[in-house]
Design a binder for this molecule. Structure first.
Ligand SMILES: C[S@@+](CC[C@H](N)C(=O)[O-])C[C@H]1O[C@@H](n2cnc3c(N)ncnc32)[C@H](O)[C@@H]1O
Length: 249
């Protein structure tokens, strides 16, 4: 009986080994690519004192509730149809003008490896490519390949110091603005540029998670960067362009 069992184990040994190795490789790969799935938590610890001109909207019972609210709009099939057809050309044109202007001010170059944060269907990524910045990609909770990858801006799915340039017009959608900015400073290369389009003159829309009333809180949150420029814009309901450069050392 014992020898039968031993024989059986010997026969099964290659299969058992195969299963063990497959499981190990699977576990290793899952650990290596955490960005393929959205993390359901984000660092909730705010800085010691939140700047007074920045208010987090109350009413999100959990991080899941926040994500769900964002997804409700972004996944709406009728809106997605409009964003990818009727709205497409107009938005790509306006974004292209913003990016062209940044190129003229030597803040963006054809060779800049670029990220658009909260890019939805990727009109801003298409615009970057249109003005010659070809190495560009976006992230959003909902992917729209090949322009937009799946990624939460509270936990960007990229290594430290990956990008030369990051653009976002969704600061108001951050439930944890200090995380939003911390992730930008983490993934920007030293000397890299971050351009934010924000709304200062009134409360942002009903999907916003925070309200910003001046540039001061941004200056406080961008701890490792220098404020380069502030200018008025007319950008899809947003009124101010703010440019930061990450410190070189
Ligand atoms: C007002 S839309 C802006 C879309 C795009 N930038 C544009 O101008 O057309 C806000 C976008 O932010 C995305 N978003 C919200 N919370 C996010 C998060 N935590 N991580 C990544 N994207 C998020 C939403 O899914 C939505 O597509």
């Amino acid at each position: 009986m014992k020898t039968d069992l031993l024989k059986l184990l010997l026969i099964l040994k290659p299969f058992l080994l195969f299963i063990f190795l497959s499981l190990s490789i699977f576990a290793f790969l899952s650990l290596k690519t955490p960005h393929q799935t959205l993390q359901k938590t984000a660092t909730t610890t705010p800085p010691e004192k939140l700047p007074s001109d920045l208010k987090i909207r109350p009413g999100y019972s959990s991080y899941d509730a926040y994500l769900q609210r964002q997804l409700n709009k972004t996944l709406n099939p009728k809106l997605r149809e409009i964003w990818t057809t009727r709205d497409w050309d107009r938005k790509v044109k306006v974004f292209s003008e913003f990016f062209e202007s940044l190129k003229q001010r030597d803040l963006l170059f054809n060779g800049s490896k670029s990220l658009c944060i909260g890019a939805r269907v990727g009109q801003e990524v298409a615009a970057l490519k249109r003005v010659g910045v070809n190495n560009s990609v976006g992230i959003d909770l909902v992917p729209y390949p090949p322009l937009v990858l799946k990624g939460d801006f509270h936990h960007q799915p990229f290594d430290d110091e990956t990008f030369d340039f990051e653009f976002s017009n969704v600061f108001d959608h951050a439930l944890y603005p200090w995380k939003f900015v911390g992730e930008i400073e983490r993934t920007l290369k030293r000397g890299g540029i971050c351009v934010l389009h924000v709304l200062l003159s009134r409360r942002a829309d009903k999907y916003s998670a925070n309200d910003l009333y001046s540039v001061k809180p941004l200056e406080e949150l961008f701890k490792n960067s220098e404020l380069m420029e502030i200018r008025s814009i007319d950008g899809f309901g947003l009124d101010t362009e703010v440019v930061f450069r990450k410190n070189k050392n």
